[in-house]
Design a protein around this ligand. Structure first.
Ligand code: NAD
Length: 359
């Protein structure tokens, strides 16, 4: 057998033996893509004019009892939408839950719905499990029965069970992949079935789906194999759904947020803390919601099949897998002749970005 003649290409990043396991926000040590500077005038307008970007829409937000989902639900309500606030009320690792039998008003979803009503908005409560077939169907029915329509679905619910792969139990794999990946698929399927029926009945829709992926899914994250795989799956599912649902007038995009919630506030306490001097609190979850409201509204016409990172005041288009350098022999390769051309292909292609938690 011919042997490799040159050393392996240097790996751009290697997992630290016990590295931080999560989606540590990118910092200035990583190259930034070209940045669009927001004109001062636009900043002032945003501060003074009430924003009714989602007026008249009916929006379902999953996992909206806490954290980012709560911020999205409140932001949609402020922007004029009627909101179905969904949350199963589980612990950080998915355990427990308020269950459907629990009084909806005492649940995290019920509390957020009460907040919306207190500010003059309209809200309905769902305590359904988004990863359950009947629960996801009931979630969509809740919007149709309570408000007579559905315009936007925000898939956001989820939880974590972080372990290094070698220690990751099957239950922890199954639970995390189920809640994120199936928990996106099922609500999308039921919402899209409704929008397809509307489209076939000659009632055009401008429907929107906003999915929640993660830097962990887009770039990888040490200690989060289950979560990263599920979130990468959500990015791929977003592209497929955008391609399939476009004919029904449905746009589908995904957001990879970074914000201070119970998921991140302990592990990344220093990165996530609010500034002591009262300056811009970049890691507040509310900062992610304007992009979600925009993508979930009429205003985003024509924007579909895209993945964005959102953190503080920063929005980044994530440019996913695309073909880089290519070699074509026009015949079958021998394994032993691949070394030189493969290294040349890698030399001509951009280096991958580092996996979070690798160094
Ligand atoms: N916080 C971040 O920096 C960050 C970064 C990347 C991605 N995300 C993603 O954002 C989303 C929201 O996370 P968060 O940080 O606000 O966490 P969170 O724990 O504050 O909120 C998640 C909510 O989802 C609910 N939930 C869990 N399983 C459910 C189910 N089966 N059905 C219905 N509701 C369910 C929980 O009860 C909880 O209230 C998640 O998908 C998370 O993976 C968060």
């Amino acid at each position: 057998m011919p042997r490799a003649t040159s050393p392996a290409p240097p790996s751009p990043c290697t997992a630290a033996a016990s590295g931080p396991p999560s989606w540590t926000p990118r910092t200035s040590t990583n190259p930034e893509p070209s940045e669009v500077v927001v004109p001062q005038r636009a900043q002032q307008r945003a501060a003074t004019t009430p924003d009714r970007t989602a007026a008249g829409r009916v929006v379902v937000v999953t996992g909206a009892g806490r954290g980012l989902g709560r911020a999205h639900a409140l932001a949609f309500a402020r922007a004029g939408a009627r909101v179905v606030v969904n949350d199963l009320g589980v612990a950080l690792d998915g355990a427990g839950g308020t269950g459907r039998a629990a009084a909806a008003n005492g649940s995290p979803a019920g509390q957020v719905a009460a907040e919306i009503r207190a500010m003059g908005g309209e809200a309905a409560v769902s305590t359904d499990d988004v990863a359950d077939g009947e629960g996801a169907a009931r979630l969509v029915r809740t919007a149709l029965e309570r408000f007579g329509r559905l315009d936007t679905l925000v898939n956001n619910a989820g939880f974590l069970r972080d372990r290094m792969l070698v220690n990751l139990g099957e239950d922890d794999w199954d639970a995390v992949v189920r809640v994120h990946l199936k928990g996106h698929f099922l609500p999308m399927k039921h919402a899209a079935a409704h929008w397809r029926a509307e489209s076939k009945a000659g009632r055009p829709t401008r429907a929107r789906i906003v999915n929640t992926t993660s830097g962990a899914g887009l770039l990888g994250a040490v200690g989060q194999g289950n979560y990263a795989a599920a979130k990468a799956g959500i990015a791929a599912l977003t592209l497929v759904a955008a391609a399939e649902f476009g004919r029904y007038g449905v746009q589908v995009n995904a957001v990879a947020p970074a914000a201070r919630t119970r998921m991140t506030e302990r592990t990344f306490a220093a990165d996530m803390a609010a500034p002591a001097d009262g300056g811009f609190d970049a890691m507040a979850p509310d900062n992610v919601s304007p992009l979600v409201v925009y993508l979930g509204s009429d205003a985003s016409d024509g924007v579909t099949g895209r993945v964005f990172e959102a953190e503080g005041g920063r929005i980044t288009v994530m440019d996913g897998w695309r073909r880089a350098a290519r070699a074509d022999k026009g015949a079958q390769w021998e394994p032993g002749e691949l070394d030189a051309p493969l290294r040349e292909l890698l030399r001509r292609s951009p280096d991958p970005e580092c996996v979070y938690g690798a160094e």
